[in-house]
Design a protein around this ligand. Structure first.
Ligand SMILES: [Ca+2]
Ligand SMILES: [Ca+2]
Length: 366
């Protein structure tokens, strides 16, 4: 932040009051010196900080109207996110992301990390809280970017949604080549005690055990086709006895007429109730987006097929698939409208409430 230019400051002090006849201004040089001295100190705080930081402030919010079978209908101010992206120096950047979810009922800091890249070979070291390098849905979930209103079932019930972790990560990218390779690897606290019952609440800020989680993704892009393998493993209970493992595969194809994204995830969780036993969770999705308009206004159609089995031990109504159809319209810069119809089908008998869902979303990003 620039303080007042010293000449402007002197000019302000010297201005006559409008009610008076213009008279030669008298300048209290002692006062001017004193104020300029204070301004000088404001420009260079002694405690911390850099005069040369560049701070980008961005964010978005989205309002969703949902009407699903056997559910309450209504509006949800789903996300309001504020992102500070700070360029501190040639080799250090930072990101801080605050999220107010559901009108502020849930407040989280999704990401706070230092991105340190002292070498010129496309290697970054992230330290702090960041999204686990597993799969690629984490890169496109933001409502202004995502083509759909809902997120894939497998990334809510197997992978814990915005899977943030605290620790350190290295990102290596061979970005100027074709094919392009990218490797991300992280050592973090890992998931916590509720993983066997609820993956989303198993995300944790401070570790509940001695063990760390290793996770990573190795990916490649050739022209319009990309893909990768992801892995995560650790122990989730307080005694480091019960392990979890995640394996993921992703594929993406970007063509002029359509883009296709597909991911498959499988996870094994040791079962504390049956020592030596374990169960599996798995699921996948395929999503296709077809742009109809690209210039000035964007308009496109999407469809997605989801499949999830959150617990291999039982065949119940939680084993289900979902088919989504919808459209996305960007009528003016930074304003996005989406409409989605989702039909959910349990693949086993059970007590799942049929969730024929109709959703409307408006997003503003800035
Ligand atoms: Ca741990
Ligand atoms: Ca099942």
């Amino acid at each position: 932040m620039n303080a007042l230019h010293p000449l402007i400051a002197v000019g302000l002090l010297a201005l006559p009051s409008p009610a008076q006849e213009p008279t030669p201004p008298k300048t209290d040089t002692t006062l001017v010196d004193s104020i300029l001295g204070e301004l000088g100190e404001l420009e260079a705080p002694v405690e911390y900080g850099s005069q040369d930081s560049f701070i980008g402030i961005h964010g978005f919010f989205d309002l969703v109207y949902r009407n699903g079978e056997n559910q309450n209908a209504g509006f949800d101010l789903h996300h309001a996110n504020l992102l500070l992206d700070v360029a501190v120096s040639q080799d250090a950047d930072a990101r801080i992301e605050f999220e107010w979810e559901h009108g502020g009922n849930a407040v989280e800091t999704d990401q706070i990390y230092l991105d340190y890249h002292p070498f010129a070979n496309n290697t970054s070291f992230l330290m702090g809280r960041f999204y686990t390098p597993f799969g690629v849905e984490r890169r496109v979930w933001y409502p202004p970017v995502s083509k759909t209103v809902t997120r894939p079932l497998v990334f809510r019930e197997v992978v814990p949604g915005n899977w943030y972790e605290t620790g350190a990560m290295v990102v290596w990218k061979d970005q100027d080549k074709d094919p392009m390779f990218q490797v991300e690897a992280a050592l973090t606290n890992g998931l916590g005690a509720s993983l066997d019952t609820n993956p989303r609440t198993a995300r944790q800020s401070t570790d509940n055990n001695q063990g760390l989680m290793f996770s990573g993704r190795a990916g490649m892009e050739i022209d319009a086709v990309g893909g990768g393998f992801s892995w995560a493993s650790g122990n989730y209970d307080g005694d480091d006895q019960n392990a979890f493992r995640y394996l993921g595969v992703d594929v993406g194809i970007e063509l002029e007429v359509a883009s296709l994204n597909a991911e498959w995830v499988s996870s094994t969780v040791d079962t504390p109730l049956a020592p030596g036993g374990s169960f599996d969770r798995d699921g996948w999705y395929v999503q296709v987006y077809c742009p109809v308009l690209k210039e000035e206004q964007e308009f496109g159609l999407f469809t997605r097929f989801d499949r999830v089995d959150p617990d291999s031990r039982v065949a119940d109504a939680n084993d289900r698939n979902a088919t989504s159809l919808g459209l996305r319209w960007v009528p003016s810069s930074q304003v996005t409208f989406k409409m989605e119809y989702q039909k959910v089908n349990p693949t086993a008998q059970g007590n799942w409430p049929g969730q024929d869902l109709f959703a409307l979303q408006v997003v503003l990003d800035f």
